[in-house]
Design a protein. Structure first.
Lengths: 316, 316
DNA sequence: AATCTTCATACCGTCAGGTTATATTGATTG
DNA sequence: CAATCAATATAACCTGACGGTATGAAGATT
């Protein structure tokens, strides 16, 4: 007959509480219940667990050693309990999140930092990808959440899309760039400089083309391509190159002063930055937490961007 | 709702076995049983424990952390199991044993050493006392077993007495003693030497007196009294004093060659060395083991003493 | 598509363990 | 030492968690 961990725990509770009745209170049970359980256990073990007929209840030697294990069981049980609670409140667990490189590096990474200080027990697994891949990964279940610009009518089936920010691109350059000081920039000015292009397959690359076409630039020289945000910033800092970036990315760099936007209006792309997740796959609490966190963060970001925009307008 | 340690253990078993069916085998249960248990647990926790519709059964993150605790529970349970088995076979536990000082030091201690090498997990609590005290201690339940010379008709009530060795006293002295070389010793020889007396209250003290009276010595000089066996041996080694000791005690010192017995026959006391324990207090397995061990040891000892006796006789 | 393996569901019986009420029994005290 | 108190044991009853077998459903494999 195998021994029941619950019984071990019960013994520990009785001993630590100092009596059957007190132990029963600790265990949220009635006194007769634990009394009978002890009696049955004694019978099964074939030896006494508490000395018979001694009123300050005295545990047997065997009982003591069993209670020792019982305390271990109790700890494990309590640990499991708190683990479940943390988990179900989304305060522990893992969130696997992927997104387009520039956004992840330029915007989301900062939010993830904030999230991790708020929820240190939630592990984040980050990866990169564009819409097609992200959709696949969500479908297979390799990631929980994708962050990606999407045109509302091309949302893949079975995926839920929640927009969080209007797409808005700007022409970006280093603060040291000759054009950065000018209050107004003309097309002829721009034409002289080389361009940094995002990776060929990325949406930003098509954005770059359509944006430049929209302001009449059809022929442009690409001097650097394929790098992620850190490379792009470095290259811009050391050259006169220009590039097209989401304004939010530029905005997030405002304190670091590594990028500025030129005062030229580009055509908005149809796409909108948003969160994607699988519809019929229930979201884990930690992921939900992260999602909510991102939403409020983006709301704050949008507000700050608006403010700054108004300021900029007011200054002119 | 509190979490059940059994469930934690079950999760660990399932994961470690690599499937519900395999886990069920490990747990000695049917597959549907564990399947249902898992389902109920999932419902109570409000989150999945195994990913739905994946055939190489994949545990959830939460399930993994719970299983971790489950393994701890499993270990504790197994430890308890072996503890119970060891205990009930008398291979672990405590035996509280008391007895008359000279016997304990001179005979029992050697046997306890042998016992502890055979049963290293049985702790022995030794104490000293004479019959009255021993009886009290047994009655109160402070000791499990007493080893003591008892005259068969003065066995205290409620106590069981099992004789293990005939009482037989001898006159003892150091091997370096002038009388030790003599093949026959006369009373006049003895009269010249001082005596080491056991503690005044001890049975051995009365033995000393009656023994000496039995051989006609009424007036004797006591040069040292009150010491336990180690002291007596030391004093004898450094002096010409004599004393009366149980032959078994002298016998046990044969290899150490610290004491010899003089070839003088003393009157046997009525008492018989034996084991005492409480009648209606069930004996713990470890105590029983120790009791059995003592019995066989004493049997062996008695045989060896007989042999030696025959040898000694043969030599003359 | 067919088959195989494994998990889920249905249904039923049993017993550990929950409850309340009450008896027993060490311990305590005047 | 009787009386009293407090704690444990017992009785009687009931519920539901969990055990089993039989069978359906669904991934995985060929």
């Amino acid at each position: 007959m195998k021994i029941d961990p619950n019984h071990l725990h019960m013994l520990a509770a009785i001993i630590d509480a100092g009596g059957l009745s007190e132990g029963a209170v600790v265990l949220n049970k009635s006194q007769p219940s634990v009394s009978r359980s002890v009696a049955m256990l004694e019978q099964r073990l074939g030896s006494r667990l508490f000395e018979k007929g001694k009123r300050p209840l005295r545990p047997t030697e065997l009982c003591q050693t069993l209670a020792e294990q019982g305390r271990i069981v109790g700890h494990a049980s309590a640990a499991a309990q708190t683990a479940v609670e943390l988990y179900s409140r989304g305060k522990a667990g893992t969130a696997r999140v992927a997104g387009t490189p520039i956004f992840m590096d330029g915007v989301i990474s900062n939010m993830m930092a904030a999230f991790q200080t708020a929820y240190p027990d939630v592990a984040i697994h980050q990866s990169y990808g564009y819409l097609a891949e992200l959709s696949d990964q969500l479908g297979v279940g390799n990631i929980d959440l994708a962050i990606c610009p999407v045109t509302p009518n091309e949302v893949p089936p079975h995926l839920n899309f929640r927009p969080i920010m209007r797409g808005r691109n700007v022409i970006a350059c280093a603060p040291s760039h000759p054009l950065a000081r000018k209050s107004s920039v003309k097309l002829e000015d721009i034409a002289a400089y080389p361009w940094i292009a995002p990776p060929a397959g990325s949406p930003l690359y098509t954005d770059l083309k359509t944006a430049l076409e929209s302001i009449g630039i059809t022929d442009f020289r690409v001097s650097f391509t394929g790098g992620s945000l850190a490379s792009i910033i470095s290259v811009m800092a050391g050259s006169d190159a220009l590039t097209v970036l989401p304004y939010s990315v530029v905005f997030m760099q405002r304190t670091a002063k590594t990028i500025t936007a030129l005062p030229i209006k580009l055509l908005h792309p149809e796409r909108e930055l948003g969160l994607l997740w699988h519809l019929d796959r229930p979201m884990r609490p930690a992921v939900l937490r992260f999602l909510k966190f991102l939403e409020t963060e983006f709301k704050g970001l949008a507000d700050r961007i608006d403010e700054r925009g108004r300021e900029a307008i007011w200054r002119r």
